[in-house]
Write a protein that binds this ligand. Structure first.
Ligand SMILES: Cc1cc2nc3c(=O)[nH]c(=O)nc-3n(C[C@H](O)[C@H](O)[C@H](O)COP(=O)(O)OP(=O)(O)OC[C@H]3O[C@@H](n4cnc5c(N)ncnc54)[C@H](O)[C@@H]3O)c2cc1C
Length: 391
């Protein structure tokens, strides 16, 4: 069976590419080994899919080649995807500045993409394992566990390694290597941290508490909520910084952003010398956290017993808290995979391999990874459209 375009991966990027190519009159086949298309879309954004970010710019993406994403993102901006969402009558809301989520379920985004594929005449075959992809004289031969297909354009949209239980595989990287394209080392991104046993047991009573913090590491800084969990530290602040963190790095966490705790405690000591550190902290932090911090860093006395050096020490411990994570939860819970197919081997206009005509890589399999907040889907849509216009 011959198709103009065979796309491997019926996820965000693959479906977007398929519809774009189908509308251009190309005969398109999408293959995927999973049971259902767009599984990661379904589980994204807590089931509401943070489908784009209106403030998405190339500076919110990590890549060994930071300029690579510029062209595709410029040609298919967040507004373009939003227009598609609106055309399909999907209700959405801006939960945080720029971050657009479905008001209903993420399912609506998958249904929208499947409808677009249907209208564009795309054929989708799920539960199909691709066994090999070879280049023949002027076409590619794709062998699956059911059939063999020939195609002029082969698009790899198999995503990253995160959440293997959802069908993630290293297939895309293996295909890249098979055709001689370099693949940069991969690691889990947007992922919670785990802690060493002593710190973990100390923080266990705080599981479930979320507080606004700023966190810094390797010159990056994020001001977002942090969540204490039974395994360690999570929440948007931790997920964001995890993409920059390297094993051994300490995180610097300010648990009272916007405060000058040393100054404020000095004032409180003057005004209410009988007051305690815990009382002061509880005015600004959840009670349980205030209690743990006071027991951990405070003295067993009222503020009048605190010298200036004590106040400085307490303020530093709370506003420049140094945490050295044991590691991350890894691909099991990561939202994305950093690294991947080296963009230097691809055209930034079309996503086609420079040295391998007819072979395209789109979405997360490519070494382009967004910050938290809808940027990763925006890359999937934009890179999918870029390839869909070229295949
Ligand atoms: C829990 C979670 C929540 C997320 N929330 C958000 C969010 O709210 N906003 C946001 O922007 N991003 C979010 N992301 C990231 C986003 O889901 C991904 O960046 C995006 O799905 C990548 O799109 P993709 O098409 O490249 O890959 P995917 O969507 O992962 O699709 C890849 C497809 O390829 C198929 N496949 C893999 N290997 C093979 C193979 N060997 N043969 C055949 N098929 C194969 C898979 O079954 C899958 O259908 C989230 C991720 C996770 C895990």
């Amino acid at each position: 069976m011959h198709y103009d375009v065979v796309i491997i991966g019926a996820g965000a990027a693959g479906l977007m590419c398929a519809a774009t190519a189908g509308y251009r009159g190309r005969r398109v086949l999408v293959l995927d080994h999973a049971r259902k298309a767009g599984q990661k879309i379904l589980m994204s954004g807590g089931g509401r899919c943070n489908f784009t970010n209106l403030n998405s710019t190339p500076s919110q993406f990590l890549s060994a080649n930071p300029r690579f994403c510029i062209s595709a993102l410029k040609r298919y901006p967040p507004q373009a995807f939003l227009e598609l969402v609106e055309r399909h009558g999907i209700a959405y809301e801006e939960k945080a500045p720029g971050q657009l989520f479905c008001q209903g379920r993420a399912r609506e985004i998958v249904d929208m993409l499947l409808t677009e594929c249907d209208w564009a005449g795309v054929e989708i075959r799920m539960k199909t394992s691709v066994e090999t992809a070879e280049q023949k004289a002027d076409h590619y031969l794709v062998a699956t566990d059911h059939d063999r297909f020939t195609t002029e354009s082969l698009v790899i949209a198999t995503g990253g390694l995160s959440i293997p239980t959802m069908g993630a595989t290293p297939f895309g990287y293996r295909i890249a290597e098979h055709f001689g394209l370099p693949v940069l080392p991969t690691r889990a991104g947007l992922v919670p941290f785990t802690l060493h046993p002593d710190l973990k047991s100390r923080l266990t009573p705080l599981a479930g508490i979320s507080v606004p913090v700023t966190v810094s590491c390797r010159g990056m800084r994020f001001a977002e909520p942090m969540l204490f969990t039974h395994r360690g530290l999570s929440g948007p602040a931790m997920l964001q910084i995890s993409s920059f963190w390297q094993p051994g790095d300490p995180l610097i966490i300010d648990l009272l952003p916007g405060h000058d705790l040393a100054e404020e405690l000095g004032e409180r000591r003057r005004e209410r010398p009988q007051g305690t550190l815990q009382q002061y902290l509880a005015e600004h932090l959840p009670k349980r956290l205030a209690q743990v911090l006071a027991e951990w860093h405070g003295k067993d006395s009222s503020l009048q017993e605190y010298g200036n050096a004590d106040i400085e020490r307490v303020a530093a411990a709370i506003q420049r808290w140094q945490v050295s994570p044991a590691g991350t939860e890894g691909y099991r819970t990561a939202e994305v995979t950093l690294g991947g197919v080296d963009t230097r081997a691809l055209s930034s206009q079309t996503m086609e391999a420079r040295e391998q005509p007819g072979l395209f890589f789109i979405g997360e399999v490519v070494d382009v990874t967004g910050h938290l907040g809808g940027h990763n889907f925006q890359w999937a849509w934009a890179s999918g459209v870029a390839a869909g216009q070229a295949v």
